[in-house]
Design a protein around this ligand. Structure first.
Ligand code: MLT
Length: 244
């Protein structure tokens, strides 16, 4: 298996169309954590969009859709839900179509569809399930796409990628890696499973906690292997793939 990792979102722009058999998108704080919640709460599908204007335009087409997402970590004016996992309950999203606009995660989800035939969503909460899914599919060439933070690298996404790489490489021999993949693996090996220590070093965790008081979101995002759903992105829509 060939594994390539992009640590910052702009790197995806230089990848040719359909270059990868599969991609795993990671945005631990908070997009892929929250989207996992939304799927587990019974959302029928989620449409990621890059901009707020795109979200409002799409809402004209799906008039019962729930508008969700954030800018600067805060709920967007005119949207129904922000980006805290706890907002995504059976009552708020069960059976509904969600239109989702977040700063980094939804942008990466839009971008990556061009370069990979299959797209999975991973966070710390479902990283074991995502690894199992990849190992059982055994794609020839896989991209681990870290959503990053405003065009730059994010520690928590890199760390989560490192766990995925660790799990895959413990099961599959002869993996061909690049330096970004090795770097992510080293970051995971440095912190081990001490997620709190990792989050203490994370700029975005400090912003969400210290500036916005969203400590519960960080706590929720830190629960490694607490979920076994692996959402997939197909034809522009996020749906539940299967439960292991
Ligand atoms: C993002 O997509 O940039 C994030 O999920 C930001 C956040 O809400 O913390």
């Amino acid at each position: 298996m060939i594994i390539r990792t992009t640590l910052a979102p702009l790197s995806v722009n230089n990848i040719p169309d359909n270059d990868f058999d599969a991609a795993v998108v990671i945005d631990v704080l908070r997009a892929t954590t929250t989207l996992l919640y939304a799927i587990d709460a019974g959302a029928s599908k989620i449409i990621p969009v890059s901009t707020i204007d795109e979200a409002f335009a799409l809402a004209e087409k799906y008039d019962t859709a729930v508008l969700c997402g954030e800018r600067d970590g805060k709920k967007i004016d005119g949207f129904h839900l922000g980006n805290s996992p706890s907002e995504y309950t059976a009552e708020s999203v069960g059976g509904k179509i969600l239109i989702y606009a977040s700063t980094n995660g939804s942008v990466m989800l839009k971008k990556v569809q061009r370069v990979a035939k299959e797209v999975f969503l991973a966070s710390l909460r479902n990283i074991g399930a995502a690894a199992k899914r990849i190992i059982s599919k055994n794609p020839k060439k896989i991209l681990i796409a870290c959503s990053g933070l405003e065009r730059f690298v994010s520690l928590e996404d890199t760390y989560c990628a490192g766990i995925l790489i660790d799990k895959i490489s413990s099961q599959i021999e002869n993996i061909d890696t690049d330096d970004s993949t090795t770097l992510a693996h080293i970051i995971f090996r440095y912190f081990g499973y001490n997620v709190d220590k990792m989050f203490r070093e994370s700029v975005h965790a400090r912003y969400l906690g210290n500036e916005l008081g969203l400590w519960d979101d960080i706590e929720c995002a830190s629960q490694i292997d607490s979920a076994d759903t692996v959402p997939i992105l197909k034809n522009g829509e996020i749906i539940e793939d299967y439960v292991i």
